[in-house]
Ligand binder design. Structure first.
Ligand code: NAD
Ligand code: LMR
Length: 332
């Protein structure tokens, strides 16, 4: 009998989910496992998911198991292996008469969602459940959810894979290489304009970025701002935030956690700090991760950080500390 995996997706009627959900059951993301889906939406739009379920059925995905849609998150969470928490409001829209410009402006609107969902995941999710927060501000939402879950054997991540994919793409062009030639692409800090894409420790065909790139003017005035501001650039152009690339990044994060990481490589996601790299404890911070053969995920140690990198990372961790202080009431 084939193994099964139960996956909960929130915001299932939104634009990221429309690109994400079919690819959870396509036989690639979870390999040969049968995927049971719990699709969660707010009561106002949950009925729209009937149409999505029809489309999933009509697509004849051989690995699709049971599919349910609901607005009852607690019920959906029962014995789930994976939680993809996409449901939340994106920036770029007008909310209460004010245009939401920065992801951090979403803290008070979206943060509250993660208290109830976190509690339900802690109580009803599997003890080794993996949780990926996509909804912004992803790092601090994940902090709120993890705190409410109070179940340390579960792994809470905030998504920075999209940032690492963006960085890989820009660097591959600069180095006349393919994206597949780039490895060890680490995003440190917050999924925000302060994030630090670590060009020095990335490797292109085995050569470190530190050795391959000496053009610091390009790093400071092109590479860093392009990656840090890419989300805004997409919003300004599309009139909506990135969706298909965000879905691909969520799938890549799942795949990175479901398969052992190649020796010497790592992948990017933000997890709770534990003193590694002298980062302040108790924030969800982008770091290098690897998945072991037993399926556990750990922080990769011994990455060497230059003074330049340390300075940049500090700016981002300071921002995360500020965000944490702003949601103190949700962390009680
Ligand atoms: P969207 O507005 O198209 O969809 C969001 C959906 O979430 C809506 O259908 C809404 O009804 C639903 N929702 C809201 N509250 C919910 C709740 N409590 N439970 C379940 N569902 C709920 O937005 P989108 O473009 O899909 O983006 C979703 C989020 O992902 C946004 O916060 C966006 O900023 C974020 N995002 C993050 C990254 C990243 O790299 N971390 C990338 C892109 C987008
Ligand atoms: C992104 O990076 O594309 C998302 O976080 C959406 C946004 O608000 O920038």
């Amino acid at each position: 009998m084939k193994e099964r995996v139960k996956v909960v997706v929130t915001g299932a009627a939104g634009q990221i989910s429309y690109s994400l959900i079919p690819r959870l059951v396509d036989g690639h993301t979870f390999g040969d496992k049968i995927v049971d889906l719990e699709l969660v939406e707010i009561p106002q739009v949950v009925e729209k998911l009937d149409g999505l379920v029809m489309e999933l059925e009509d697509s004849n995905f051989p690995n699709m198991g049971n599919v349910n849609f609901t607005s009852d998150f607690e019920g959906a969470a029962k014995d789930a292996d994976w939680f993809l928490l996409v449901g939340s409001i994106p920036r770029g829209i007008v909310y209460n008469g004010k245009k939401i410009e920065e992801r951090a402006d979403l803290l008070q609107i979206n943060g509250g969602i993660f208290v109830g969902q976190g509690k339900a995941i802690g109580e009803h999710g599997k003890s080794d459940a993996k949780v990926l927060v996509v909804g912004n501000p992803a790092n601090t939402n994940a902090l709120i959810g993890r705190h409410a879950a109070n179940n340390p054997s579960q792994l809470w991540m905030a998504m920075t894979m999209l940032d690492s994919s963006r960085a890989q793409s820009v660097l591959s062009k600069k180095l006349n290489a393919c994206v597949a030639d780039i490895s060890k692409m680490i995003i440190w800090g917050n999924h925000s304009p302060t994030m630090y894409p670590d060009f020095e420790n990335m490797e292109c065909n085995g050569q470190s970025g530190k050795d391959a790139i000496s053009d610091m003017d390009w790093i400071n005035n092109n590479f860093l701002p392009t990656v840090q501001q890419r989300g805004k650039a997409v919003i300004d152009s599309r009139g909506a935030s990135s969706a298909t690339s965000a879905a691909k990044a969520a799938l890549d994060t799942v795949i990175a956690c479901e398969n052992a990481t190649a020796p010497g490589d790592c992948f990017s996601a933000a997890v709770i700090t534990d003193g590694s790299y002298d980062l302040p404890e108790g924030i969800i911070c982008g770091m290098p991760l690897r998945t072991l053969e037993d399926g556990s995920v750990e922080i990769v140690q011994n990455v060497v950080l230059s003074e330049f990198a340390k300075e940049k990372i500090k700016i981002s961790t300071n921002e995360l500390l500020e965000e944490r202080a702003a949601v103190e009431d949700l962390l009680k």
